[in-house]
Design a protein. Structure first.
Length: 53
């Protein structure tokens, strides 16, 4: 039986509207939290609203 496209947990419903599903967002946050300065390029510019020169 195919997954119901109206099911809010179905990623296809979220992708249809150009968004990530809650499960994908949790996975992205978890992946970001697992990064360390050793394997991630942390730049202060990423956290600034306007770039500084």
């Amino acid at each position: 039986m195919a997954a119901d496209i109206t099911d809010p947990m179905n990623p296809r419903l979220w992708h249809r509207h150009g968004m990530h599903s809650p499960a994908e967002i949790r996975a992205m946050v978890a992946a970001r939290l697992e990064m360390t300065p050793v394997n991630a390029d942390i730049r202060y510019e990423d956290f600034l609203s306007e770039p500084t020169c």
